[in-house]
Every structure is written in structure tokens, then in C-alpha cells.
Write a protein that binds this ligand. Structure first.
Ligand SMILES: Nc1ncnc2c1ncn2[C@@H]1O[C@H](COP(=O)(O)OP(=O)(O)OP(=O)(O)O)[C@@H](O)[C@H]1O
Ligand SMILES: [Mg+2]
Ligand SMILES: [Zn+2]
Length: 498
């Protein structure tokens, strides 16, 4: 029998088996049990987070001969056929393959024919953003007058490319990136049942590298297993993927902080001798600096991409020795070097220059410790970062957030940029709007916009954070929230508004 890739073999087959996406699972499962399935759904979110899997689960739940509590049985012939992709009434269309014109035309003709095999016809249209305008229009017509017993599930990684006319006719669900912990846990589960011994640090590393996608994580596991067999250590993952060890990067940054050019050059040589590519070293150093930057602003709750648990001791020390502005500058230097090294492979000098620049920046323009000593003010009884540091952290988060939102959707960015970040406390980010920005605030409250902002927040902070918009002029309406924000952040932060 042909080898089935892990990510295929481990496609969740019931709602219960889906990792994360709790609120979506709950809503859809309830819709199935209460018989309140919508005619059209739009699933958006990053690659490999469960969109297609969820679509198939719904298709099964709607056609299963013996469903229980909204779950498909995966035993009956309908369930089995759907799992194998041979069920006539579940039609999968990949819009990416030929931009869909023929398929959608075909769909318009056949959609009115009653289900042949099952109870409900389910059209799953993947990568729906790739449809041509013509195909979109045809699809729209069909969705507008949906025949009974037909459900459309549209899936996309690029929500902003879906016309508003389509969006407004679908019930939308935004799939989030999975957290490193969720991915690591699933990897252990899969490895365990496959008889693979996956070292915890190795699982953690794969999870961090997968960047929120479970398919990528399982593919990496597959790849490492193919090279290394049934026992996988962190080093195996590093070697298979050609990565640079995070602790090695930590030591490079230490050398830069000490201004030790000798050690730097020697270590770089060592990595090159081991066959690491110069561009890769610079890029990974950039990722490490990004982790350090995030860690210095957000502490342990920052979603670190490179740094493992063992690297935290380095991060803790290093963050005291650099200023945010220096980190940003060093990050820029590394990313530029990585870019240039892509086109001049093996150029050792370029790599060395980048690291020496970083050393110069960190060591010779070092902040005097006295300057950076945290000052405890009476207003901040909580131990932790002082006011200046908190302000810097806030600026940083706001900058990231605005940039991320802008990438997703410019109009949403335009709305958000008129607000002011008041602060982040636990799972709520408070943003205030001044007099005259009622329109902006109200538009931002709309689900589509709010989802974009919350999704970007999720990406930055690697956890669910709700957006709370405060209208600062209407004291009577927001009194409580403002008071609460004041309690949480102190006067200084809330008082930005006249
Ligand atoms: N939430 C999840 N729970 C469990 N497994 C998942 C999840 N998301 C992804 N996977 C794993 O990744 C594989 C691919 O997932 P799926 O096809 O559902 O992703 P997708 O969101 O449709 O991605 P794409 O946008 O690339 O089409 C699944 O077969 C499964 O192994
Ligand atoms: Mg998919
Ligand atoms: Zn069944």
C-alpha cells in the first residue's frame, strides 16, 4: 500500500477531533443538531488550520445515516464514501485549478437536481478567492436563490479577496492559527500512535516552525521521520530542515553584546563549515532578534517563533542590555543581509558584516544601565515594567497591529488608525476614539472589521484577544469601562484623551 502522508492520515473526522477552533466547532455542531444549517458558509483563515476538514465533517454530519449529537458516525456508507471522496452529493471544486468558470457553470446547471445518494448536497469550493469575476457572479446567483437541500461551503486563505456581495450572503467563520502548544500536543499524539518517539523539545521546535498550521507541522514530522526514523531529537529536526539552533543564535547575540568580533567570526565560520547557508543564518538570526524584541515587550506571553524554553534564560539577560530601537535596527540589518545573500550564495563577508554591524550597534552604543533602570512610580503598584517601558511596549504592539491590519485590509486600517491604543490587559485590548470619530468606532465594531483586528492580534500575541472599543467622549456610556481601564493601566495611560 502506498504511504499515506501523515497530514492526510490524520485529517480530523469528527467535530470532536478538530484541534482548536472551539467556537466554530460549537456553532456548527449546534447548527447540525438544531437543524439550523445555513445555505452558505465562508471559511477563512491561514493554511492548514482545518477549513477543508471542517467542511467535510459538516458534509458527513448532514448525510450520515446514523448521526449522534451532531457528529457523523464515520461507519455508514455515506460517511465512508465522503471520507474517500467518492460520494456523489459532496462536490469538491478547487477554484485554484482553472479559476472555476466551467465548474461553476456546471454547478449552476446541476445544483437544482435533487441529491442522488444522500440527504443534502454539499458543494465545497476551495481557494474560492481564485474564481474569476465571471465565476463569482455565477456563484452569487446560485447562492442568492439556493435550492433546498444544498449547502455551499466556500473556503479561502484570503478573505479580503472575496467580494462583499458574496460575503454578505454567507455565514462567515474565521479559522485561527493554532497555538504552539496545541500543535505540539497533536504532534505527540500522532507520533505516539505511529510509534514515533518524539522528544518534547523536537515537537516544540516543529510546532514553532509550523507557524500555526497543523498541516505544515505534520509534514515536517513526516519529513524528519523519513530521514531519521522512529526516534526524533531536536537536533534531528534542526539537521533535517537545515535550521540553526536557537541556543547557537543566542550565543551569537551574546557575542555581539560583548562586542566580541573574534568569537562572532569564529562561530559564523563554524556554522558555515557545518553546511549551513549564509542566507539562512542571517534569516534565523533575524527571527531570533524578533523573538527577543517581542520578549522584551511582552515577556513570556509573547509567541516566540524560534526561541525554545532553554533559550529563555538568554532572552531574559539580553533584553536588559539592548534598547528597542537597537533591536529594530539589528533586525533590519539581518533581514536585509538575508535578502542579499539569497542572490550571492556563500558570500561569507556579507554575513560577517551584518553580524559585526549588530555588534557595533549593541556593544559600542550601549545604553548605560543607570538610564534604563526601572523607576517604580506610586501609580504602578504592580511589580513589572515601568511607565516608560510600558509605553514602549504599547507603541510596539500598536505599530505591529496597524501594520498587520493594513496588510489584511486597508479600509479597516484606516478606521483603526484613528483610534488610540489604551492598553492590553489579559484578554482585552482597549482602543479609544475621540470626539468626531464615532463613525470610525461604529464601523470597527462590525464583525468583519473586528474579526480582522482580532485575528491580527491573535497572530501577534499567539492567543485570543478581544477588541474593546471605547468612546471616550460619551462619559455616561463608557464611564465604567474607562474607570476599569484606569484601574488596570493607571491614569497615565487612559488620560491620553484630552
Ligand atoms: N484544526 C485542525 N485539527 C486537526 N487537524 C488539522 C487541523 N487543521 C489542519 N489539520 C491537519 O492538516 C491537514 C490539512 O487540513 P485542512 O485541509 O483542513 O486545512 P485547510 O485549512 O483547508 O488548509 P488550506 O487553506 O491549505 O486548504 C488535515 O488533514 C489535518 O491533518
Ligand atoms: Mg483546504
Ligand atoms: Zn455515518
Amino acid at each position: 500500500m502506498a504511504y499515506l502522508a501523515l497530514y492526510r492520515a490524520w485529517r480530523p473526522r469528527t467535530f470532536e477531533e478538530v484541534v482548536g477552533q472551539e467556537s466554530i466547532v460549537k456553532a456548527l455542531q449546534n447548527a447540525v443538531t438544531d437543524n439550523k444549517i445555513a445555505h452558505a458558509y465562508l471559511f477563512s483563515g491561514p493554511r492548514g488550520t482545518g477549513k477543508t476538514s471542517m467542511a467535510k465533517i459538516i458534509a458527513k454530519a448532514l448525510n450520515c445515516e446514523q448521526p449522534a449529537a451532531g457528529e457523523p458516525c464515520n461507519q455508514c456508507s455515506s460517511c465512508r464514501d465522503i471520507n474517500q471522496g467518492s460520494f456523489m452529493d459532496v462536490i469538491e471544486i478547487d477554484a485554484a485549478s482553472n479559476r472555476g468558470i466551467d465548474e461553476i457553470r456546471d454547478l449552476r446547471e446541476k445544483v437544482r437536481i435533487a441529491p442522488a445518494q444522500g440527504k443534502t448536497k454539499v458543494y465545497i469550493i476551495d481557494e474560492v478567492h481564485m474564481l474569476t469575476t465571471e465565476a463569482f457572479n455565477a456563484l452569487l446567483k446560485t447562492i442568492e436563490e439556493p435550492p433546498p437541500a444544498v449547502v455551499f461551503i466556500l473556503a479561502t486563505t484570503e478573505l479580503q479577496k472575496i467580494p462583499a456581495t458574496i460575503r454578505s450572503r454567507c455565514q462567515s467563520f474565521n479559522f485561527r492559527r493554532l497555538t504552539t502548544e496545541e500543535i505540539a500536543e497533536r504532534l505527540q499524539q500522532v507520533a505516539g500512535s505511529q510509534g514515533i518517539e518524539l522528544e518534547e523539545a523536537a515537537g516544540g521546535l516543529i510546532a514553532r516552525r509550523a507557524n500555526g498550521g497543523l498541516r505544515d507541522a505534520l509534514s515536517i514530522l513526516d519529513q524528519v521521520q523519513a530521514y531519521r526514523g522512529g526516534r526524533i531529537s531536536k537536533q534531528d529536526v534542526i539537521d533535517t530542515l537545515g535550521l540553526v539552533d536557537d541556543l547557537f543564535l543566542a550565543e551569537l547575540v551574546d557575542a555581539a553584546l560583548k562586542g566580541d568580533a573574534g568569537v562572532l567570526v569564529e562561530k559564523l565560520n563554524q556554522a558555515l563549515m557545518q553546511g549551513k547557508e549564509a542566507g539562512q543564518i542571517a534569516r534565523e538570526a533575524g527571527y531570533y532578534l524578533r523573538d527577543l524584541l517581542l520578549f522584551s515587550q511582552l515577556g513570556k506571553q509573547a509567541g516566540l517563533q524560534i526561541a525554545s524554553q532553554e533559550a529563555l534564560v538568554y532572552l531574559e539577560e539580553q533584553k536588559k542590555q539592548v534598547k528597542t530601537s537597537q533591536l529594530i535596527e539589528a533586525l533590519r540589518i539581518m533581514m536585509e543581509a538575508a535578502d542579499r545573500l539569497r542572490f550571492s550564495e556563500g558570500n561569507k563577508i556579507l554575513l560577517e558584516i551584518a553580524f559585526l554591524q549588530m555588534a557595533n550597534l549593541f556593544h559600542f552604543q550601549k545604553a548605560k544601565p543607570a538610564e534604563e533602570k526601572p523607576v517604580q512610580t506610586s501609580r504602578s503598584p504592580r511589580p513589572g515594567p515601568d511607565k516608560k517601558e510600558r509605553e514602549q511596549g504599547k507603541d510596539q504592539l500598536w505599530t505591529y497591529l496597524l501594520a498587520g491590519v493594513k496588510e489584511q485590509k486597508i479600509p479597516t486600517h484606516a478606521l483603526l488608525s484613528q483610534g488610540k491604543l489604551l492598553g492590553l490587559r489579559e484578554d482585552i485590548l482597549y482602543v479609544g476614539f475621540r470626539k468626531g470619530y464615532k463613525f470610525h468606532k461604529e464601523r470597527l465594531e462590525e464583525k468583519g472589521n473586528r474579526d480582522i483586528v482580532e485575528n491580527v492580534l491573535k497572530q501577534i500575541l499567539k492567543r485570543e484577544v478581544k477588541l474593546e472599543l471605547i468612546f471616550l467622549d460619551e462619559e455616561q456610556h463608557n464611564d465604567i469601562i474607562v474607570r476599569k481601564a484606569k484601574e488596570l493601566f493607571g491614569e497615565d495611560i487612559v488620560e491620553i484623551i484630552e
